[in-house]
Design a protein around this ligand. Structure first.
Ligand SMILES: *Cc1c(COP(=O)(O)O)cnc(C)c1O
Length: 675
């Protein structure tokens, strides 16, 4: 293979010589001292380590990355940004039509790089950030989605109306096109892919990790090839799906080679990336060497939902890939010898030396689903990147009590120490006031809807999928109204996107909009808002500002879930079913657990949603929580001895574990074998 000689000194000139249009477009932003305003030294070091034959490096493949630069580590741009990258306004659908009609939510921020759809991408983004924080030699591989995922509109009586998203990679701060072009040989001829780079910096900006993005939007490609990297998870037919996966896996391996990186571990984040194994095999002259290479591959599986595992007919794959790839796929990816399907999860499980589930409970479920591989399957619980998801007011709180929290920025694990402040009345008041500051921020963002900071406020925001039971809280509207009558008013804020081809998801959204409508006559007691275009910006805003974060998936189908982790680090109390990461925090009194519990063995079906029982359980739990809330905070009076504040403290304490710093350390020590 043509691995470049490891340069002893990777210089600034080495860097700029491969940037496409450097002198006309990027010379102001990438200078001998700065990279879009950040120290260039971190970039040069990262390159040097990836090129070196002696330092151990990881390549991480993921279909999506949620990097959230609008809320964390925002780069500067010296030239004006294309207006397409500046953020637009959001509409709101509420039970106060007058406001919806007259006002929009105006948010002054830049568009986040729109190359993610939801939790999987946010996890990948948080992973690369923590790898940078920990100084791991790490490169991410992904795809430059020229039209993002999609832009969501809610239309009265029409529900979700998806729209193509337009953005401009060429003026996006931090994103640079490289001269490197790699070519995939496909059944339909050569497919050229441009490489782009985006450096993800550590929180202290001393280290960084590059993210390489593949892009088929090139004039030398035929028009239908140019569109391949338009839309994330475009799924009109299998042709698109197979091409997109080939692009990531095969294109990604070729990209690493083209860059001359020396990789010791290839991490496949979800089965989407499994074609990397095919490229490894095809590129070997001596095929018997493949056994050695298998030791370099590891795999993370993110779903216990059957439909979540990619499967394609051999005949369909043969329409896209050349014979040598198909032979490899048949060798590696059949669930049984007589199958005519390639299962990407099986392909990854067969050929990676280890695999992980994303929470302990998911580990149990995955071993049950894939008993043949049980020995290979470890469980490494997901996390969130503390620096990205922590609110400013909580950061100030942790600084104020640094005698106890220590250097919590470097060691988010230190937050476990807040248990020592549980009897400190000043801290108890401060943690509540820091929360109130976040709640006021939310209220200001949606100011026309006139929310109040002394009303019990509940949030639910996530991808709209059946097993997540998006409309559970509205299952018994009358019970909700009765609660508000008997105990006190409530405010409910929701957000979430359904995949544009997912008719069931769209029906859930219709259902939610209908219910909001039905509450029109009760808006003095219950205010409900659903925000368009759930994204990382809203994800952060909502998880840190509501009083209670609702999480009601049907167990055991939520592999991990991460939005609740963003909430707990900000002292936001959980109301949740017992699933995913929550199982590991269930004993810690971080809020309330309700509803159906799954134990061992058969996992059941995700269509049996148990709405009647679990809605009853939710209403009963709401009653308890609202009662305690109004005993804690009413008419501006705060009862600092309240158990509510104990729960907030337990949340922060527990967040010491549920972060990607801890998770990446586990990957490093158990999976990557970097020593
Ligand atoms: C955190 C986040 C998610 C994942 O949340 P889950 O709890 O895992 O469903 C999805 N989308 C966005 C925009 C997020 O910020």
């Amino acid at each position: 293979m043509n691995a470049k000689k490891p340069s002893v000194d990777f210089t600034f000139d080495d860097l700029t010589s491969v940037i496409e249009n450097y002198s006309t477009q990027y010379s102001q932003d990438v200078t001998s001292t700065t990279y879009f305003g950040f120290p260039i030294e971190a970039v040069l070091q990262a390159e040097q380590r990836l090129l070196s034959l002696t330092s151990k490096s990881v390549a991480y493949f993921s279909m999506e990355y949620g990097l959230a630069p609008s809320i964390y580590n925002t780069f500067n741009l010296t030239r004006p940004m294309n207006v397409k990258n500046q953020y637009f306004t959001h509409e709101v659908f509420s039970n106060n039509w007058m406001c919806d009609y007259l006002f929009k939510v105006q948010i002054d921020k830049m568009l986040d790089i729109p190359i993610y759809g939801g939790g999987l991408g946010v996890l990948a983004g948080d992973t690369i950030k923590s790898a940078a924080d920990l100084g791991v030699s790490f490169v991410g591989i992904g795809i430059l989605w020229n039209k993002g995922y999609f832009k969501q509109n809610f239309w009265y009586k029409h529900g979700q109306v998806p729209e193509e998203l337009q953005w401009d990679p060429a003026s996006y701060p931090g994103l640079i096109p490289l001269k490197n072009i790699v070519t995939l040989d496909t059944k339909e001829g050569p497919l050229a892919l441009r490489l782009w780079k985006y450096y993800v910096y550590s929180y202290d900006k001393k280290t960084s990790c590059p993210l390489i993005l593949l892009d088929s939007n090139l004039p030398q490609n035929p028009p239908h090839f140019q569109k391949l990297t338009d839309q994330l998870y475009r799924s009109d037919n299998v042709w698109w799906k197979i091409f997109q996966r080939s692009l990531l896996g095969i294109g990604g391996m070729k990209a690493l080679r083209s860059l001359g990186y020396n990789i010791d571990c290839y991490h496949l984040n979800e089965g989407h990336a499994a074609c990397a194994l095919l490229e490894q095999y095809v590129s070997l002259e001596d095929k018997s060497k493949m056994e050695d290479f298998k030791n370099k591959f590891v795999f993370t599986c993110h779903t216990p939902v059957e439909a979540g595992h990619d499967r394609f007919n051999v005949a369909d794959m043969a329409k896209v890939l050349n014979q040598e790839y198909i032979e490899a796929a048949e060798k590696f990816g059949k669930a049984s010898a007589d199958s005519n399907q390639i299962n990407f999860t099986i392909m990854a499980l067969n050929n990676c030396h280890c695999a992980n589930a994303v929470a302990q409970k998911h580990g149990e479920v995955m071993r049950y689903q894939f008993p043949k591989y049980a020995d290979k399957i470890d469980a490494i619980t997901n996390g969130i990147h503390s620096h990205t998801w922590l609110s400013e007011s909580y950061a100030q709180l942790f600084d104020k009590y640094s005698k106890v929290t220590g250097d919590w920025r470097r060691e988010p694990e230190n937050l476990a120490q807040v248990k020592n402040l549980a009897d400190d009345d000043d801290f108890r008041r401060d943690i509540f006031l820091a929360h109130q500051a976040n709640k006021k921020n939310l209220i200001e963002t949606v100011n026309h809807w006139q929310l109040r900071d002394d009303v019990f406020t509940l949030g639910w925001a996530r991808r709209i999928a059946g097993y997540k039971r998006p409309a559970l809280i509205f299952h018994d509207i009358q019970a909700l109204i009765n609660l508000a009558h008997d105990i006190g008013p409530m405010q409910i804020i929701l957000a979430g996107k359904a995949h544009p081809n997912d008719n069931i998801g769209a029906a859930h959204i219709d259902d939610i909009l209908d219910h909001i409508d039905q509450l029109n006559d009760h808006k003095h007691l219950i205010k409900v808002l659903i925000l368009e275009n759930y994204d990382t910006f809203f994800g952060k805003l909502l998880t840190n500002s509501v009083d209670v974060w609702l999480n009601n998936p049907l167990p055991p189908f939520e592999a991990s879930g991460t939005s609740g982790m963003k909430a707990i680090i900000n002292g936001v109390v959980q109301m949740t079913t017992l699933d995913g990461w929550v199982v590991e925090a269930a004993k810690d009194d971080i809020g309330w657990i309700f509803g159906y519990e799954h134990s061992g063995g058969n996992i059941g079906t995700e269509s049996d949603l148990r709405l009647d029982e679990d809605s009853k359980a939710l209403v009963a739990t709401l009653k308890t929580a609202m009662t305690l809330y109004y005993q804690t905070f009413k008419s501006g009076q705060l009862n600092i001895k309240s158990q509510w504040i104990d729960k907030m403290i337990h949340c922060v304490q527990r967040s010491a574990f549920f972060n990607t710093q801890r998770m990446v350390k586990e990957y490093r020590d158990k999976m990557w074998q970097l020593k």
